[in-house]
Design a protein around this ligand. Structure first.
Ligand code: SAM
Length: 287
């Protein structure tokens, strides 16, 4: 049997039959807009040979759309109470596997290796719980998982920050980190009224296409990320002060490095474009 999981009446009936009450702390806002999941699935699955890793299937509304298009869908759900719900709502599909666990703790390298052997490429698609948006995205990127792309719904403000140009006012440390690993694009806006229960914020779907190599590569990647974190640590401070304090370097050394790159001593991190952040890291990195 196939359910219309974007119909709020159907979802309420299924949840009440399973005695399920929504958990705010797990970020459970379920999509009830019939247009959003097909659009997300169409962006995430480019060929019928694709595999998809979903994070947080909830009642399975996006999962069902992914199953219609992809060769295989593996979905990780933390809330064990949803497992019987999902076995009912996804019973019509043979190409789905639900894994009970925490996306931040599971061994994702091993999972991708084992579960998608017969898929041409694998993408991540999810309506991410707001409370772990950045840690999940950073984990997916930093572990250099063999993924083609990540198509995820996040809070609107997070989407703007993640997809901002490095060197503009909207950028933060996470912007620089994301753009190091991926090409980030905002795909479409999703109003808060598209969810049950209705959250206090709007959302947007973004796409991160993973780069095979970063556009600008520092000599020491770990030092570069420490520098980015320090530079953006206090947004009202100058990059010079943040970097000097965060990395334990003399201010004069940081000022001199900024000057050789043609940047003013009082520049803020958000004004430094990516190539200059990388050059700054190379200049300050102990040999
Ligand atoms: N995909 C569904 C939808 O669009 O309606 C549900 C999205 S809801 C925003 C987030 C889902 O992530 C919930 O089902 C929640 O239980 C699950 N979740 C929360 N924390 C998680 C974690 N650490 N690991 C895996 N799933 C998690």
């Amino acid at each position: 049997m196939q359910y219309d999981l974007s119909d709020i009446g159907t979802v309420r009936a299924i949840l009440s039959r399973h005695g399920f009450s929504v958990s705010k702390s797990l970020g459970q806002n379920f999509l009830i807009d019939p247009d959003v999941c097909p659009q997300m699935a169409a962006q995430a699955v480019e060929s019928p040979d694709d595999g998809v890793l979903e994070i947080g299937p909830g009642v399975g509304v996006l999962t069902a759309q992914l199953c219609r298009r992809a060769k295989k869908v593996v979905a990780i759900e933390l809330d064990r109470r949803l497992l019987p719900v999902l076995s009912e709502t996804l019973s019509a599909f043979r190409n789905v596997e639900i894994i009970s666990g925490d996306v931040l703790k599971l061994d994702l390298q091993a999972l991708l290796r084992e579960k998608f052997t017969d898929c041409k490429r694998v993408s991540v698609c999810a309506n991410l719980p707001y409370y772990i948006t950045s840690p999940v995205i950073m984990r997916l990127l930093e572990e250099r998982l063999p993924l083609a792309q990540i198509v995820v719904m996040v809070q609107k403000e997070a989407a703007e920050r993640l997809c901002a140009e490095v060197g503009t006012r909207e950028a933060g440390a996470v912007t620089a980190a994301v753009q190091y690993y991926a090409q980030a694009d905002e795909l479409f806006f999703v109003p808060r009224t598209s969810f049950f229960p209705t959250p206090k914020v709007d959302s947007a779907v973004i796409r991160l296409r993973l780069r095979s190599e970063p556009e600008c590569k520092p000599t020491d990647e770990a030092f570069f990320f420490r520098l980015v974190k320090a530079a953006f640590a206090q947004r009202r401070k100058t990059a010079q002060n943040g970097i000097a304090a965060g990395l334990g370097l003399p201010k004069e050394q940081v000022a001199a490095a900024l000057e050789t790159l043609g940047l003013p001593a009082d520049v803020r991190a958000e004004k430094i474009p990516m190539p200059q952040l990388v050059a700054l890291s190379d200049r300050l990195c102990p040999k």
